[in-house]
Design a protein around this ligand. Structure first.
Ligand code: PHB
Length: 394
């Protein structure tokens, strides 16, 4: 009896030891396995090309590192968010809960990104925003596990306001889609423009992603402001710039915009966009070894010209690489990982930049002019512009 008891205990001990060894092994395997990256991006609709360029840029950087970051293979998952805020929570949970990704990379649309950021915060999932400028992400929603490789909506708006005032314009009208990116960009523009003595006489808007601009263009023609400031992007930007020219307004009222108005769109806009001046944190022809090498590598890999979205995707991968390298691929070292991501200096094709405490790029904003297929650098509109990060408490 005693003997049997002993051997049962021994058997139990052996089973326990075995299962512990196995779970240890499984753990080691998981640690050595791929880092799961979940792209949540628009692959359909007016922002589809933006989503594709971000993914292409991200993958290019990973490829250039031999497919590994911090010694770990990268495995990709993707969800088309359709730039649809009402589906954001369901869509992001496909990546967080179903696919159990380690890092979320997304998205383009500010409204969708706000939903993602809330889910990332609640589930403590790492998130890198490769475009969406929603001010709140590096404002009230700021978090150690969220960083942005792009901009806040305030930044390009503000820097265009500086430029339009410098050109001597006094009365401006604004036009945009009625959602966070549009209203926040216009707010940044108005802040800088009015601080410099200008006056925004009227704000026009229409629902995203509508492109029925005619009535609004008629109103611009009637009001005759000195200048118009617009935020549109992707397919909508193509249509707006063409309609503005078709209405003859390009001959009478200068049009300015944050650079999304002409980025990744010049071919489709044709003559209508030529000469347009915009501000953004990137210009195609920045003549630096870093930008030249990036553009060459991108063109070789994809037979297409890089744009700002490709740069932001590429830099999202660089930020992740900084974190993973610091912890040698060990995702359990979360604090060291997020600290390294926040503290990195990104050697970007746009020029080197750092991240603010809130996790948003502190970056030079360029005045550019559309010439042929490029948004060409003209000057630095605002040097090392930092988002005010209103409402961020870390
Ligand atoms: C945004 O929704 O934040 C947004 C979308 C497209 C852009 C820029 C910002 O090009």
């Amino acid at each position: 009896m005693h003997l049997i008891k002993l051997s049962a205990a021994a058997a139990l001990a052996t089973t326990l030891a075995l299962s512990m060894a196995m779970s240890g092994e499984a753990h080691a395997q998981a640690a050595a396995g791929p880092v799961k990256v979940g792209f949540m991006l628009p692959y359909t609709g007016t922002y589809a090309s933006l989503g594709n360029m971000i993914e292409a840029g991200f993958k290019l950087y990973v490829q250039e590192q031999g497919g590994k970051l911090g010694g770990r293979e990268i495995q990709y998952f993707k969800v088309d968010d359709e730039s649809e805020p009402s589906k954001a929570t369901d869509n992001v949970n496909k990546l967080i809960k179903r696919d159990q990704v380690d890092v979320l990379v997304g998205t383009v649309h500010s409204g969708v990104a706000l939903g993602m950021a809330k889910a990332a915060k609640e589930s403590n999932t790492l998130m890198i925003v490769p475009n969406a400028g929603a001010d709140a992400i590096t404002g009230p929603l700021c978090s150690p596990n969220i960083v942005r490789s792009s901009f806040s909506n305030w930044q390009p708006g503000y820097s265009t306001g500086v430029v339009v005032a410098q050109k001597g314009h006094k009365r401006a009208m604004t036009i945009t889609w009625n959602y966070a990116a549009g209203s926040e960009t216009v707010k940044g523009f108005t802040e800088a423009f009015e601080k410099a003595g200008g006056k925004v006489v009227k704000d026009l808007n229409l629902p995203f992603p509508n492109v029925e601009f005619q009535a609004l263009l008629t109103e611009i023609a009637a009001q005759k402001p000195d200048a118009v400031f617009a935020f549109f992007a992707g397919g909508g930007a193509v249509k707006f710039v063409k309609d503005y020219a078709a209405a003859g307004l390009n001959k009478t009222i200068p049009l300015y915009g944050s650079g999304f108005l002409t980025d990744g769109t010049l071919e489709a806009q044709g003559a209508a966009a030529q000469g347009l001046q915009t501000t953004l944190h990137y210009a195609d022809n920045l003549d630096t070894p870093r930008n030249n090498a990036f553009r060459k590598s991108f063109a070789l890999a994809y037979k297409a010209n890089a744009d700002v979205y490709a740069v932001q995707g590429y830099d999202a991968a660089q930020i992740l690489a900084a974190g993973l390298t610091a912890v040698k691929g060990d995702l359990t070292k979360r604090e060291a990982l997020t600290t390294a991501m926040h503290k990195t200096t990104v050697d970007s094709p746009r020029g080197k930049f750092t991240l603010s405490a809130a996790g948003n790029p502190v970056q030079d904003m360029y005045l550019r002019e559309a010439k042929g297929p490029n948004n060409e650098f003209k000057s630095i509109a605002v040097k090392a512009l930092a988002d005010p990060a209103r409402g961020c408490k870390l």
